[in-house]
Write a protein that binds this ligand. Structure first.
Ligand SMILES: [Zn+2]
Length: 279
């Protein structure tokens, strides 16, 4: 089957409908950020919130890798899939995007209504006093505490980068972590980790976005975690058509009106070229 005829089936289902869109790591792989749950990815054990708060050695290792990885994500550019969703939003077809990605590529591509379900890589929060600082500010502090560290790791391009701005490197024993400069509390990326819940207010906004649309389009998510799957179940239960575009099986497939085993860049580009504008 050609990609053209694949997307044509989605157009049949979605034409004339206002879409809420749920995106996952598969959407950003064409920007060079690997999807660690994708069909071709090596198995990877994600960090849990409990590990992060309980174990200083683990935290040091985490921050050392994040210090290398975040700069890579910071330089990453949106791809055709992100741009297609921006075009569909501008034409009234997409009402908003709920993303499980923390890379901010939807915002970078110009999409206006974005809910960053799992947080964003460019902010850091104090777990004691809830002060939020920018990752850029923290980078300056970590550079000062660890002179020469980033350079000693070598070229970032040679290092595996995970979607949460984590990088796989070995030598982190001498890395010095920065604590909150207001209260001395633990700093953590403002990202929802395994073992953590998405803030209730954010979940409520995401459900409201789904309810404000006529159909749900899922792009590049295997829907492995409930934080995303619940929107698919909700849409199906309320009678909305659900279209899933993803390489490989997803947990949402039983709820889908149409499942396309296809790449997001080409499929979304064709949808953007084919779906008629809405008032
Ligand atoms: Zn603090």
């Amino acid at each position: 089957m050609t990609p053209a005829s694949t997307a044509a089936r989605a157009v049949e289902v979605l034409s004339g409908l206002r879409l809420a869109v749920l995106t996952g790591a598969g959407l950003s792989t064409d920007s060079g950020i690997p999807d660690y749950r994708g069909p071709d990815s090596p198995p990877r054990t994600p960090m849990t919130y409990q590990q992060f708060v309980a174990d200083p050695a683990f935290r040091r290792h985490y921050w050392a890798r994040n210090h290398v990885g975040w700069a890579h994500v910071h330089r990453t550019l949106p791809n055709a899939g992100h741009r297609a969703l921006t075009a569909l939003e501008a034409r009234g077809v997409v009402v908003g995007v709920i993303t499980q990605n923390v890379d901010l590529l939807h915002e970078e591509a110009g999409t206006r209504n974005v809910i960053d379900l799992h947080g964003r890589y460019d902010r850091v929060i104090c777990l004691s006093c809830a002060t939020v600082i920018s990752r850029t500010e923290l980078a300056g502090r970590l550079d000062a505490l660890n002179p020469g560290f980033a350079e000693s790791i070598g070229r970032v391009a040679d290092i595996e980068i995970a979607p949460d701005a984590d990088a796989v490197i070995e030598t982190t024993a001498h890395f010095t972590v920065a604590d909150c400069d207001r209260c001395g509390g633990l700093l953590k990326p403002e990202i929802v980790y395994f073992g953590e819940s998405v803030p209730k207010e954010r979940v409520a906004r995401a459900f409201a976005l789904v309810d404000s649309a006529d159909a749900l389009l899922v792009a590049g998510s295997s829907l492995t975690v409930m934080s995303g799957l619940r929107f698919v179940r909700h849409a199906a239960k309320t009678g909305q058509p659900v279209v899933i575009v993803n390489r490989g099986a997803t947990r949402g497939d039983p709820f889908a009106t149409l499942k396309l085993d296809a790449g997001t860049s080409e499929t979304l580009t064709e949808l953007a070229e084919t779906l008629p504008p809405l008032p």
